[in-house]
Design a protein around this ligand. Structure first.
Ligand SMILES: Nc1ncnc2c1ncn2[C@@H]1O[C@H](COP(=O)(O)OP(=O)(O)OP(=O)(O)O)[C@@H](O)[C@H]1O
Ligand SMILES: [Mg+2]
Length: 237
């Protein structure tokens, strides 16, 4: 079981949208038994895959008891399950701050090892306690960034933070998100980091919030497939 986290210090950069898309591609195209775990109380990525939290679900308590399995629900796609976010996650930050183990999240995922090949974590923005836990659980961190002269710097800062905090930090896979090649600032940023995968700005991606289905065709879907291929290369390489 490999764990891929979508993370960024910044909000609104496409983490939840890409979490839903990548989980969908992992399950339907790569045939991986996949779990999307929505760790953000906003609950966007679960919503995008058409799944609501179970009535009375308290992911915060289940995480503490490492009994997440009860909260997992199937999606309408084969091989794709969802652990939706519920309101209890609002208090998770406070729990984790008082916690002595840095690996609670990692421990909570352990019992799912035989059940899934890929776990996609959709994280709330910010360098929070939860982020530190997620860094310790993840095999790879996908970092979406809207193209800007600051994007490279932000990723370098995150890399430095991880190197300071951890003996063997997980690798980062930065990805340009919401790219509009007509904008000179976007073009310049892409020239700066030609190796980063690119997800275009696409109304089809925005429309996912209405259709509650990941993009399935067109340039945005092809870009997501390319990003997933890069993720798999990193995981297997
Ligand atoms: N490639 C894209 N093209 C067009 N719109 C996009 C794209 N990716 C995301 N969006 C839109 O941008 C907004 C923010 O995206 P999303 O919620 O995925 O970001 P996020 O990083 O998860 O935000 P938060 O930090 O609040 O969790 C949403 O309205 C989404 O529909
Ligand atoms: Mg989000």
């Amino acid at each position: 079981m490999k764990i891929v986290a979508l993370f960024s210090v910044k909000g609104g950069v496409g983490k939840s949208t890409l979490s839903a898309c990548l989980a969908h591609v992992a399950a339907t195209q790569s045939g991986r038994r996949t779990l999307l775990w929505d760790l953000d109380p906003q609950g966007a990525s679960g919503w995008l895959l058409g799944v609501e939290p179970k009535a009375g679900a308290k992911a915060r308590k289940s995480l503490a008891a490492a009994s997440l399995a009860d909260l997992i629900q199937p999606s309408i796609w084969p091989n794709l399950d969802v652990l939706a976010a519920d309101r209890s996650l609002r208090r998770l930050e406070a729990d984790l701050a008082g916690e002595d183990s840095e690996k609670r999240l990692k421990r909570a995922l352990k019992p799912l090892e035989d059940r899934y090949d890929r776990v996609i974590l959709d994280c709330p923005p910010g360098l929070t306690e939860l982020a530190d836990q997620m860094f310790r659980a993840a095999d790879l961190i996908v970092v979406p960034a809207v193209p800007s002269p600051l994007s490279g710097r932000a990723v370098a800062q995150l890399r430095a933070h991880l190197a300071d905090e951890m003996k063997s930090p997980p690798p980062l896979l930065p990805v340009y998100s919401m790219v509009d090649r007509r904008k000179s600032i976007h073009k310049a940023a892409l020239d700066d980091q030609p190796d980063w995968p690119v997800i275009p700005y696409a109304s089809a991606m925005e429309a996912m919030a209405a259709t509650r289905k990941p993009v399935a065709a067109g340039p945005a879907a092809r870009a997501v497939n390319g990003l997933w291929a890069a993720v798999e290369r990193q995981l297997l390489g």
